[in-house]
Design a protein around this ligand. Structure first.
Ligand code: PHE
Length: 449
C-alpha cells in the first residue's frame, strides 16, 4: 500500500530543498496579497506585526511541519497517522482538500499574470485598465490560461521531486530574486517614490494596537509561508536527516519576507508616483492587476519592458507555489492508494483544473474560496499541527530538530520547543477563532446576496 522509505524520492541537495521550500512560500502571496494587505490594513503597522508573528508563529510552525514530515517520511495523512495514530491521520485528508481548493483558484490568478505578460510583448497594456481586467478575469479566456498554467504545473510535478520540483526551483528562484530586486531599484527612481515609501515604512502607533491588523497579519503569515496545509510537511518528507531544520525554516521565512518586502518597495512607489491610490483601495482582488498596468501603460515603450518583467516575476513565483500545492495532493494519493506519480498528478491535476473553472468564471466565488481555504482553513489546520507538535509528540519533534542541526541551532532547540508548546498553540487558537467568525459571516453574506 505505502511505499517504503527505502524507495522514497529525495531532494538531491540541501540548497535544492531550500529553494523548493522558498519557492512554495514565495508567490502571489508576496507580490499581490502582501502589498494589498498592507495598504488595506494599517500600512507599515502591518509590516511590523507581520514580522513579529512570523517569528513566534510562522517559523515554529514551519519547523513543526518540517519535523513531522521528515520523521514520518510520508505525505501528511501517512505521517500524522504513523506518528500520532489514525485519528490524527484524518487531519491529512483535510490538508488534501485545502491544497485542492487553494490550487483551484490560485492557478486562475496565475493565468492572469501570464496573459498580462504575453500582452506586454504583443501590444502593451490597455488604456482602460479596469475594463481590461474584467475581460482578463472572466469567461473562457480566463479558463484557457488557467488550464495552461495547470498543465505546466502537472508536467513539473510528474517530473518528480528531484527531476521536476528541485530542478525547476534551482533555475526559477534565483531568476525571480534578481528580477524583483532590479524592479525595486527601478521603482526607487520614480518621481514621488518617497511618498510611497512613507506609507509603507512608517508605522502609526495606534494601528499597532488594532486587532484587525493582527488578524490580517496572521492570515498573511500562514498564506505566505504556505503553512497549515501540509505543504512544508510534504517537502520535508523527502529530506535526509542531515538537513539543518531550524536553520532552513529561518532561511526560508526570511527569504519569503525579503521578497514580499521588495515587492512592497516596488508596488508602493508605483502607486504613489502615478497617483493610483484610488484604484487600489477601491477594488479588492484586482487591485494590483488594475493599478500597476495602468502605470506601465502611461510610460509607453519602457513600460512594456518593465511590465513584462513584473508579470514574469509573478508567474515565476506562482508556478513554484502551484507545484507545491499539487505535490501535497499528488503525494497523498500516491501514499494512500499506491498510484504512480504520473497517474496521481494527472488525475488529481485534471480534477483541480475542472473545479477551477468556477473561480475562473466568477470573481466573487474566487474571493470566497480564498477566504475559506486560503485563510480560515490554513489557520485551523495550523492550530491542529501546532497542538500535534507541541503536545502530542514533543519528544519526537525534539529529536528531529536536533538531528542535522549545527551546535548553535541545537542550543536554541529548548527555546524553540518552549515557544511551540506554550506560545504558538494559544496564539494560533485565538487567531483561528477570529478567522472562523469572520469567514462564517462572509459566507452568510455571500449566499444571502
Ligand atoms: N505561499 C504561497 C504564496 O505566498 C501560497 C501557498 C499557500 C502555497 C499555501 C502553498 C500552500 O503565494
Amino acid at each position: 500500500m505505502t511505499a517504503g522509505s527505502a524507495t522514497r524520492e529525495l531532494f538531491g541537495t540541501k540548497i535544492g530543498f531550500l529553494l523548493a521550500a522558498a519557492g512554495s512560500a514565495v508567490g502571489l502571496g508576496n507580490m499581490w496579497r502582501f502589498p494589498y494587505q498592507v495598504s488595506e490594513g494599517g500600512g507599515a503597522a502591518l509590516v511590523v506585526v507581520y514580522i513579529g508573528l512570523m517569528l513566534v508563529i510562522g517559523i515554529p510552525l514551519m519547523l513543526a511541519e518540517f519535523a513531522i514530515g521528515r520523521r514520518g517520511q510520508r505525505a501528511p495523512a501517512g505521517s500524522l497517522r504513523k506518528l500520532g495514530g489514525p485519528a490524527w491521520g484524518r487531519l491529512g485528508y483535510l490538508f488534501v482538500l485545502v491544497g485542492f481548493a487553494i490550487l483551484s483558484y490560485y492557478s486562475v490568478i496565475a493565468g492572469w499574470t501570464v496573459r498580462y505578460g504575453i500582452e506586454a510583448v504583443q501590444h502593451g497594456f490597455a488604456s482602460s485598465a479596469a475594463d481590461h481586467f474584467t475581460e482578463v478575469a472572466s469567461g473562457l479566456d480566463a479558463v484557457a490560461y488557467h488550464v495552461a498554467f495547470m498543465a505546466a504545473t502537472i508536467a513539473i510535478v510528474i517530473g518528480g521531486v528531484k527531476g521536476g520540483i528541485e530542478r525547476a526551483s534551482l533555475v526559477l528562484m534565483p531568476l525571480l530574486f534578481i528580477l524583483v530586486i532590479g524592479l525595486a531599484a527601478w521603482a526607487s527612481s520614480l518621481p514621488g517614490a518617497a511618498a510611497g515609501y512613507a506609507v509603507y515604512l512608517m508605522p502609526e502607533v495606534e494601528e499597532l494596537l488594532n486587532p484587525s491588523v493582527w488578524r490580517a497579519a496572521a492570515g498573511q503569515v500562514f498564506f505566505s509561508l504556505s503553512l497549515g496545509m501540509g505543504g512544508m510537511l510534504t517537502f520535508a518528507s523527502y529530506l535526509r536527516r542531515d538537513q539543518n531544520l531550524p536553520e532552513s525554516a529561518t532561511a526560508v521565512s526570511f527569504t519569503d519576507f525579503g521578497v514580499a518586502f521588495f515587492a512592497g518597495l516596488l508596488v508602493f512607489p508605483v502607486i504613489y508616483s502615478f497617483g493610483l491610490q484610488g484604484a487600489v483601495s477601491g477594488s479588492t482582488i484586482g487591485a494590483l492587476f488594475i493599478a500597476v498596468p495602468s502605470a506601465f501603460e502611461s510610460m509607453g515603450a519602457g513600460g512594456r519592458i518593465v511590465g513584462l518583467f513584473f508579470f514574469l516575476v509573478l508567474a515565476l513565483g506562482a508556478i513554484t507555489s502551484t507545484i507545491s500545492l499539487l505535490e501535497v495532493v499528488t503525494a497523498s494519493v500516491m501514499d494512500e492508494f499506491g498510484w504512480s506519480r504520473r497517474k496521481a498528478a494527472l488525475l488529481t491535476g485534471t480534477a483541480i483544473t475542472l473545479v477551477g473553472i468556477v473561480p475562473a468564471m466568477d470573481l466573487d466565488a474566487l474571493g470566497l474560496i480564498d477566504k475559506i481555504a486560503g485563510e480560515m482553513l490554513l489557520l485551523v489546520g495550523g492550530l491542529a499541527l501546532a497542538l500535534f507538535a507541541g503536545w502530542r509528540i514533543p519528544a519526537g519533534i525534539r529529536d528531529e530538530l536536533l538531528a542535522g542541526a549545527s551546535p548553535f541551532w541545537q542550543r536554541q532547540v529548548p527555546r524553540i520547543l518552549f515557544v511551540m508548546r506554550y506560545v504558538m498553540p494559544p496564539l494560533v487558537a485565538v487567531l483561528a477563532f477570529f478567522s472562523v467568525r469572520e469567514t462564517v459571516a462572509a459566507v452568510v453574506a455571500f449566499f444571502s446576496g
